[in-house]
Design a protein around this ligand. Structure first.
Ligand SMILES: [Ca+2]
Ligand SMILES: [Ca+2]
Length: 449
């Protein structure tokens, strides 16, 4: 009995050893490093027309550099990369009708370091599978000495200029360049675009993944110059529409003019207010015009946060568009104030309702690809809609100006908290200096007193 058991356990042990040896079939390994032309913060992203350099460090299954001298019987040691379809077939990525395979070349000085320039110039924006294959073989005998593959999802952005519009729905109209595009129909099936007396165009979301695109001729010279991409918003029937172009600077061609619309309830809808334009950040004050506002006013300071961290985007999505909103109650013309932080966070395509009183929603983002930025993309300009109830008006100032003025138009009683604080203040300790990105000096305080 014990003998039998021992025999069995030896058999099991042998089986386990053989199985694990089989499972660890030796294979080379590839590690990648995008050197230039690609963003990787939110997953790899490249841009049509922007060559990207990819370095690969490949280690053979013996742990040596993947290099011809380590495979003396191989007559072919190659590393290639291709964008593939669902069947693994290489895609045509430059529009010449022929499938494209990128060849990596080995560094002359560092064995096992392979490099290629990936230049995609003609492909519908979206996420694609990029397949890298390294193989050392004898092409005569067909014997493979070593091989490795690596697959990666890459987002291909549609061009160096990029504009996003949030919350697009059936019936909306978008003005871009010479075009006025009416969204005549928009659903899970796709969209019908009405270009006025020019023509209409039907786009079908063939795989119904909520993502579809078409080429448009923004300057109506007869040649398509831009991608128009629809991306369905989560938990909503609305879409984010993106325009991408390499040949046209869309950031100056897409019209999103400021506008004030009187709402049915007597309130005002301020459309397309600029929060960021390059390095200019604009703050807004939701100003209480109530009859008793000298005795007690409730104002709100909407302040965009500054810097790349707060204005990121990647893979076709806004990752941040951050604002901070401070509620300031003033008594007796600002002699006494009470501050409270009521919101902090991203607002792109988010209908943020503050204190059940007013709404703010990020609507437009403008971007330009720039290799000089910390990321390839930094939101260049961001706009928002702000809806106020009756009895309130919107006042605006560059954040810098708001920080350095004691104007009674912007601060109740002129009580700028940095330069001319109220006699008595309570509520949250608000770090106004950090929010307004301004450190007052003794001199500036004196000037204003
Ligand atoms: Ca091709
Ligand atoms: Ca054109």
């Amino acid at each position: 009995m014990w003998r039998k058991l021992r025999k069995l356990s030896v058999l099991v042990l042998v089986f386990v050893l053989v199985a694990s040896a089989l499972a660890a079939v030796r294979a080379a390994t590839i590690s990648e490093n995008w050197v230039s032309g690609a963003a990787t913060e939110f997953g790899t992203e490249i841009v049509l027309g922007v060559p990207a350099t990819l370095n690969l460090t490949i280690v053979s299954s013996d742990g040596d550099p993947f290099t011809p001298s380590n495979f003396p019987n191989a007559d072919s040691v190659t590393v290639t990369g291709k964008f593939v379809d669902d069947y693994g077939n290489a895609l045509d990525v430059n529009g010449d009708g022929t499938a494209d395979v990128f060849s990596f070349t080995e560094s002359a000085t560092t064995p096992g370091l392979w490099s290629a320039t990936i230049n995609v110039t003609s492909l519908e924006p979206g996420i694609y599978t990029f397949r890298i294959e390294a193989i050392a073989q004898n092409t005569t005998t067909g014997e493979i000495f070593d091989n490795a593959t690596l697959e990666e999802d890459i987002y291909v952005g549609g061009g160096k200029y990029w504009v996003l519009k949030a919350g697009v729905k059936d019936g909306d109209e978008i003005k871009i360049g010479s075009l006025s595009i009416k969204i005549a129909s928009l659903s899970d099936i796709g969209a019908i675009l009405d270009f006025g007396n020019l023509s209409t165009k039907t786009i079908t979301d063939s795989n119904q993944d909520g993502w579809f695109a078409t080429l448009v001729d923004v300057n109506t010279d007869g040649t398509n110059d831009s991608w128009m991409v629809f991306s369905k918003d989560a938990d909503s029937d609305t879409y984010t529409v993106m325009f991408y172009s390499n040949s046209l600077d869309l950031t100056s061609l897409v019209e999103a003019d400021e506008d004030i619309v009187r709402a049915k309830d007597g309130g005002l809808l301020y459309r397309n207010k600029i929060l960021k334009d390059h390095n200019n950040y604009k703050a807004y004050v939701v100003w209480d015009n109530g009859f008793f506002s000298w005795f007690h006013a409730t104002d709100y300071y909407i302040i965009p946060l500054q810097g790349y961290e707060h204005w990121k985007e990647g893979r076709g999505q806004a990752r941040t568009m951050d604002v901070k909103i401070i509620k300031r109650e003033s008594y007796f013309g600002g002699l006494i104030t009470k501050d409270k932080k009521v919101f902090e966070g991203p607002i792109f395509n988010r209908d943020v309702k503050v204190d059940n009183l007013f709404n703010i929603k990020g609507t437009w983002l403008y971007n330009m690809w720039n290799s000089q930025y910390r990321s390839m993309w930094e939101i260049m300009r961001g706009l928002a809609d702000i809806k106020l109830p009756k009895g309130y008006e919107l006042r605006e100032a560059n954040v810098r100006d708001l920080a350095t003025t004691s104007s009674e138009e912007l601060w109740r009683g002129g009580h700028n908290p940095l330069l001319n604080p109220s006699k008595l203040s309570f509520g949250d300790q608000i770090d106004w200096s950090s929010i307004l990105n301004f450190e007052p000096t003794d001199e500036s305080s004196e000037e204003s007193s």
